[in-house]
Write a protein that binds this ligand. Structure first.
Ligand code: FES
Length: 93
């Protein structure tokens, strides 16, 4: 199973491939704000420190929300982003 590290709390955990970052964050006890869980509010913005290539592609909806938030390229919505491979490191944006 892929490992995900939440840098803000210093916790690394193994999750099944396809797990949403928001679900992993909740298991890790990371300090991640979460609102709608539907990719609309932008409250779950996270910075991908490393391992972006091991995450799901952005959807049209996520792309639009990230654009509306003027989010830099290394930020994703945790409620829309799935972990597909190993060694992903994130922290709240
Ligand atoms: S919780 Fe609203 S966009 Fe992720």
């Amino acid at each position: 199973m892929p490992n995900v590290t939440f840098a803000d709390v210093g916790v690394t955990l193994a999750v099944p491939a396809g797990t949403l970052l928001i679900e992993a964050a909740e298991r890790a006890g990371a300090n991640l704000v979460c609102g709608c869980r539907e990719g609309e509010c932008g409250s779950c913005l996270v910075e991908i420190v490393s391992g972006a290539e091991h995450l799901s592609e952005t959807s049209i909806l996520e792309d639009q929300v990230l654009k509306d938030l003027s989010a830099p390229w290394e930020q994703r919505l945790a409620c829309q982003t799935r972990v597909l491979g190993d060694a992903v490191v994130v922290r709240p944006a």
